[in-house]
Structures are given as C-alpha cells and as structure tokens.
Write a protein that binds this ligand. Structure first.
Ligand code: BGC
Length: 820
C-alpha cells in the first residue's frame, strides 16, 4: 500500500506473507543487509531472519544424489536483531500466541527506516503497545541500530527484555537447498563487555572470514537513561543479556540497541573484534544515528530519484526498486571487492552469486553513481586471471568468465539442480551460457561511453575487452562450406534450451544472441586500441601480446560470424530452432495456474522443454534491448546481412508470443522492445515487471531474495527507455515520449562528470546543465542535434503523437542560467 510516494505499508500480521515482507523490508547499506524479520523471531516456518555481507562467501560440501557437490554460499551471518520482551511470569512475545489488536509495519524509503507498531494482549489479558524502529546506517557502514518502545496499556509490574546476538543461524532460507550442508559459521567467542555490552565472534568454516558483532543495549525513560538489573547469557554461539525493570501502566520505556559489525575482510582496521568494540563504544544514541542516516539517504535520493507526475503506484514501485538497488550496491560498495548478487543481499536464492544480471543494473548506476559501477567492474577485473584459467582449462584462449561467480571467480554454477515439482535432481548445464563474458564487455563499454573514464579504460577495461574478444575468437570455428564462423555448444539467455532433443550432448549451435554479441565485442576490442593512446597500446602489446595479426583475425571473424534466420527476416534463436515443435500454450494455460516455469512442468510430466519453440526469457530480443536500431543495422551490415526495419516488429512479435517469462528479466526486455511500437502493451508489461517482487508474481521466489536485475531494469526502463537515451556520433541523444499514464517525469543524470537535468511534461521538455558540462557541445533531441553547453536551457514544445507526448525537435527556446 502506497503513502505519499515514499512508504511501503503493511497492515495486519499475516504469517503466510511474513517472508515476503522480510525480503521487501530488508535494510542494507551496500556493505551488509538484514532482512526485515521481526525482532522477536527466530528462523521457523514463518520467519527467516538473515544478515548478509557483501562478498561474504563460504564453501561447504554435501554428498547428494550419488555424488559429492561443493557449493559456495553468501553466508547468513549471526542475527543481530533479537530484542524480545515478556511481562513478569508471561511468555516471550510470539505473535502467534497473543491476540494482535493492532499491527502495522512501514518501510520509509526516503529515510531508510523500518517501523513496526503493534498492540498485543497476552493470555492473562495484559495489553502492551510496542513500537520498533530500525536502521542499517547508510553513512556509517558498520553500524545498525534498533529502538523498541514498550508501553503497558492496562497493567503495571515487572518487564523482562532479552537482547542478544545469535550465531546459531544456518543458511536455511531456501527450501530446495535444505538437503545441502548449511552450517557455515564456527563460534569463537561470546562474551559480555562492560555493563551493557556483548560481543560475538564467529568465523566461516572454509573461507575463514572472521566476523565480530558488538552490541550495547540501554534503557531510557522520558529520554533519560535508567539503570536496570541485568543477567548475562553466554552460550557458545549465542550471547545476550536479560534486562529486568519495573513498568507502570501507560508509561513508556525505550530500549536502544546499537550494533557494530566488522569482518576480517575490512580495510583500515587492525582486526574485527577490536574494531567492533571501538565502533560500538563510540556510536551515538539512536535518534542521532537516525538523523545522520537519513541525511545520507537524502543525498542519495537527490542523485537517483526519478520523480513522476500522475502515477502514484508506479512512483512507489520505482522508488522501492531504487531503494533496494542502493541498499545492495551503494557508495559503501565502492570500497569493497564485491559484485552485485542477482537476488540482492536480501535472501539466499542463487546463493548470493553474481550472473550476467549486471547488464540490467549497471546502466542505471552509470548515470547516477558511476564510481559504484567502476568498483563492480573491478570485481570482474580482479577475477580476470581466474577467467583466463577457465578458458585455458576448456582449451580456449583469452578469458572465459563463469556463469555464476562468487568469491574467487571460479565457476560456481551447480552441476545438479532440484526440480521441486518432480523431486528429481537433473543436470544443470547453465554454465554453458558463455554470453556472460560479452555482458561484461558491454558493461565496460557503456561505462566508458557514459563517464569518459579513460584511465579505467586504459588500465582495466581494455585488458578485459581484449581477453574476452580473444576468447570469442578462439571458440569461433570456421565453416568452410558456408564461409562463416560459428560458435557451437553454448546456451543463450533462454535457459529452457540446453540441448537439442535429438542430441545427447548439451549445448546449442549458433545462438544468434551469442554470435552477435561476440561480433560486437570483437569490434570493440579493435576500437579500444584507438582510445587508450599509443603508450598504453604498446604496453599491452608487450604485456599481453596483442599484435596486428591478432587484430586482423578479430576483424575477419567479426565480418563473417554466422546468424541463422527463419522466414521473413526473423532471426533464429539458434541453428535448428526451426526443427522444434510449436507448443500448445492454450492447453497448458488451462492445465496449470502458472506456466512461467515450463521447464519444470514438462520435466515433471516426463517431457522436455527442449522439444518446443518456447523460451523462458528474452533471448533474440536481448539484441533490440541492448542496441539501438541503427547500431543493430550496422552490426548486421558488417556481417553482410540485411536487417530490414520492418523485420524488427516481426521478430518482437514472434518471440514475445513464444516466451513464458520464467525469469523476471524477461518482462523488462519485452517492455523495452515494445516501447516504440506498442506503447500501451509496453506500459502494461512494465506494470507487470514493476509488480514482480511487490506482488511476488513468481509465487514465493521474492521471499528468497529480491530480483535485483528486474528492479534496476524497470527503473532504467523509465529512465533510459522512456527518454530513449542513446549515444550517437559521440553525443548523447534523447527522444522522450511519455506514455499516456504519465503526465511528467524529471530526473538528472551524471554524464562525463557533469549533471544533466531533464524535465518532461505534457507541454514541454527542458534540458539543462546548470553546474557545468564536459560532454560534446551538442545534444540530440529526436534526431536533431542542438548546440549545448553549461548554462544552456533548451525548452522544447511537446506534441502528442500516436498517444504519446513527444518534444517537437524544431520548436525550441534557448535561455541561459548562471553556471556555478
Ligand atoms: C535467469 C538468468 C538470471 C538468473 C539470476 C535466472 O532465472 O534465467 O538469466 O541471470 O536467474 O537472476
């Protein structure tokens, strides 16, 4: 439920929804995050408290289905939340065993504050009001804090509060992984510190990350500290204090718990135990922490908010998505060696691994927090040696990035996968998605285009591009008969198809998306050598041995890559696609409520999705998502194929109809590619994409972690998609067209170090750069270039065309404003 565009509010306690709410009410700061679990709850059938550290992985082995498998997981760290109460002689609060008279939970996106208000009546008839507030500090990355106000409404007596740090946790958040080993933490120390403090020290069993949490718990009445009777609780992996005090009817007491979290991965510390103790001792009181935390959020929103006029629901969804993105990767991440996990730091699905989803996430960050993109790309750069190793082991040259990446950059994809429908473990071939490397190259290039960060390109980006291009050049084989290069035995983004139904061996040939991305990467590797200067080029020549012959190879391969077509200019998803059967969508829609995961449905029926023309998610259509029509036309032309403009809608229609959207990424792509041709449909699909997590449209997956790619992708859809932002002739070009559902949109983008302000209304579009401009001295608006510099304010009159509001490129007024 929305409230003033900034609050996510839940009324009533609904046990079945609790895990979903926990994921959506996660608080984090890019360094760590904690699910929005109730303070009084342990992990059980209803609740799942979880705290995750960016880059905090550990490996465990399990004997399963006749083999030993090793999995690396993002570790669930000790739960710092526990703060529970009971009236004298009563039971600890458990919402399932009291009468819940009032209950409301609110997440304030503007200030990053999670609140719960409730009034409960225990079996003895004692009514108590409880209000909690919580933050994970965005400015002080190691600090989290919790406040609980208790007010007996109809009783007086003694109250007991237990505050603890709980290291008994395991990774148990995903039902399908329960058969796998899950105890990642070993206890080291659980002790009291001074009058009101406790310390818990644990270590991950294999990666040996040492984790220190220190907490203080204090009681206040009318804002003044109150002395209370305390009893320590010390177990191996659990430490806490029981606080005893008197309470009087209708008089509130406030408990503040402040926590510091450090690990042995942190910089600028001696060791985590000492750092946590010092930080918690120096921490301010809860209200001051809330104020400084909110201030940091304000500055982040100032950079990142996209303000809409006329659509409150879309507005709150967009803000929720931006909020969770910023909680997963924030300026705090820029200091870390961490990638961006597909499911955020919000749950354990996909074990916190990093996939190609960055492709949907980095474009937004490029225009708002480019230093964060840089650090996420450096996560990949540091794993270039591992990617080179993977390529070598597979008999190739260059760098083969893993489909799933974790701590070291080795391949973390599973070899077996449980189909929860059939209970069968099946082979997981998803690692054949070699296109992940192309996504990394694409991200490097778009970062460079947006920021102009030549140092990054020269020292890190170029090397990654070259090594990824080398990989493509080495896997491409020449088909003498056709005179074309081919890439065989891979999987495209559509994970339903992992083999031909007529072949035993996994892998498909000439996946169009992969082949075209490989071509594009080879071209960029050639081009990058022109951007980095002769000195660096010479260095790279000496260091990694790129010479003219190799560049000539790249040039030749990138002009002769094979793309297979069906009829009417429709691109075949892969060679042999035409031999697959059409699928009876209608019959399956009638048979099952939800057919997004047709792979599981068909496997459970003893059939295989490999037999049909059915995609889990956009595959061919990714091309129209990542490239403008002009870029694609040029790419096809380079290969000697013609991509007629009329063929684009035919491709879109063909594949949208054959896609089950079993991945939340798919709708982002579909909405994007339909944005120009079918605005109403595009907006309707965006609406569904916006609901992916809030409404948990995959039926239970959000509880295991949000879908960060779809979250960031939807925000980017409104940002870049609605204004059709692209780079052309080295200039930034926009061609906004507001859908009927919106009356206005304003945002700012950082481009090559300077902010560009865009305000689009029904009557006009304003483009300005009041604080300086280092981009090219022109800007494109609907295919017309206009001179543009710092202080210029370009105001275009808008007109309504095809049901959308567009600026009139010729009707422009130019004024100037002061440049600071
Ligand atoms: C999708 C992949 C994606 C992964 C992680 C899968 O369901 O098919 O494309 O990378 O989820 O989000």
């Amino acid at each position: 439920m929305a409230d003033d565009g900034w609050k996510l509010i839940y009324d009533g306690f609904v046990p079945a929804e609790e895990r979903l709410r926990e994921a959506l009410c996660t608080l984090g700061n890019g360094y760590f995050a904690t699910r929005g679990a109730a303070e009084e709850a342990d992990a059980d059938d209803i609740h799942y408290p979880g705290t995750y550290l960016a880059g905090g992985y550990n490996r465990l082995t399990t004997d399963i289905a006749g083999r030993t498998v090793e999995n690396e997981d993002l570790v669930n760290l000790p739960n710092w939340l526990p703060l529970r109460f009971r009236p004298d002689g009563g039971e600890w609060l458990d919402l399932c065993h009291v009468e819940v008279l009032e209950y409301r939970q609110a997440l304030d996106l503007e200030t990053g504050l999670l609140e719960r208000h409730m009034r409960v009546r225990d079996p003895e008839g004692r009514e108590t009001s409880v209000a909690t507030r919580r933050i994970v500090h965005m400015g002080q990355a190691h600090i989290a804090a919790l406040e609980m106000q208790l007010r007996p409404e109809n009783w007086s007596g003694r109250m007991e509060v237990r505050s603890a740090l709980d290291g008994r946790v395991v990774n148990g958040g995903v039902e399908r992984y329960r058969a796998l080993s899950n105890k990642h933490l070993a206890p080291l120390e659980a002790s009291s510190v001074g009058e009101d403090g406790v310390l818990l020290l644990t270590e991950t069993t294999q990666s040996h990350i040492r984790i220190a949490q220190a907490a203080t718990t204090r009681l206040f009445r009318n804002g003044e500290p109150v002395d209370v009777e305390r009893h320590g609780i010390h177990e191996n992996d659990y430490v806490g204090q029981d606080l005893w005090f008197a309470v009087a009817e209708r008089q509130a007491v406030t408990i503040e718990k402040v926590v510091a979290l450090f690990t042995s991965r942190d910089r600028a510390i001696s060791e985590p135990r000492d750092a946590a103790l010092q930080a918690v001792a120096a921490a301010e009181r809860f209200p001051a922490l809330v104020a400084s935390h909110a201030l940091v959020w304000r500055t982040l929103w100032d950079r990142c908010d996209i303000a809409l006029v006329g659509n409150d629901r879309t507005q709150i969804d967009l803000r929720l998505h931006t909020f969770h993105l910023l909680q997963t990767v924030s300026p705090n991440t820029a200091e870390l060696d961490a990638g961006v996990p597909a499911r955020g730091l919000h749950g354990e699905a996909y074990r916190g691994h990093i996939f190609w989803d960055e492709l949907f996430i980095l474009p937004f960050l490029n225009f708002h927090l480019p230093e964060v993109t840089r650090s996420l790309l450096l996560y990949r750069y540091r794993r270039l040696p591992a990617a080179r190793r993977l390529a070598r082991e597979a008999g190739h040259r260059g760098a083969m990035y893993p489909w799933q990446s974790g701590s070291s950059g080795r391949e973390e994809s599973q070899v077996l996968h449980l189909n929860p429908r059939s209970g069968r473990w099946t082979h997981d071939n998803s690692r054949l998605q070699r296109h992940v490397g192309a996504a990394i190259a694409y991200n490097v290039w778009r970062y460079w285009q947006t920021t102009g960060d030549r140092e990054f390109l020269a020292y890190y980006g170029a090397e990654m591009l070259i090594e990824i291009a080398r990989f493509w050049a080495s896997v491409a084989t020449f088909n003498e008969m056709l005179g074309r290069y081919e890439i065989r035995g891979v999987m495209g983004p559509d994970e339903f198809h992992d083999r031909y139904p007529w072949h035993e061996a996994p892998g498909l040939d000439n996946n169009a998306y992969t082949n075209l991305m490989a071509t594009w990467v080879l071209r960029r590797a050639i081009e990058v050598l022109d951007h980095i200067g002769t000195e660096r080029r010479d260095e790279l020549e000496r260091l990694i041995g790129v010479d003219a012959d190799e560049v000539a190879d790249w040039d030749r391969i990138s002009r002769k890559m094979r793309v297979v077509f069906l009829e009417d200019g429709v691109i075949a998803q892969f060679e042999g696609y035409d031999r697959l059967e059409e699928f009876d969508w209608e019959a399956y829609r009638q048979k099952y409520d939800d057919i997004q995961r047709l792979d599981r449905i068909l496997e459970a029926e003893g059939d295989t999705v490999n037999r049909y023309k059915v995609s889990k998610q956009a595959d061919v259509l990714m091309l129209f998502y990542l490239f403008s029509a002009d870029e694609l036309r040029d790419l096809f032309a380079l290969l000697g194929y013609r991509l007629e403009p009329e063929a684009i809608p035919r491709n879109i229609d063909y594949y949208v109809r054959r896609t089950s959207n079993g991945s939340t990424l798919s709708r982002v792509v579909h909405s994007w590619v339909l944005a120009r041709s079918d605005r109403a449909r595009s907006w309707a699909i965006l609406d569904e994409a916006l609901e992916s997590d809030v409404a948990d449209i995959q039926g239970g997956t959000t509880a295991e972690g949000v879908h960060l790619g779809a979250m960031a992708g939807t925000v980017d859809l409104v940002q870049r998609g609605q204004i059709a932002l692209e780079f052309r002739e080295d200039a930034l070009c926009i061609s906004p067209c507001l859908p009927a559902d919106l009356q206005g949109l304003s945002l700012k983008l950082i481009y090559r170090g300077y902010w560009l302000y865009l305000r689009i209304g029904c009557d006009d579009l304003t483009v300005s750069a009041p604080h300086g401009w280092a981009g090219p001295d022109r800007i494109g608006v609907r295919n017309h270039f206009h001179d543009f510099g710092a202080g210029d304010v370009l105001r275009f009159r808008c007109q309504t065309i095809d049901g959308g509001v567009r600026p009139h490129p010729g009707r422009v007024e130019r004024t100037r404003e002061r440049v600071e």
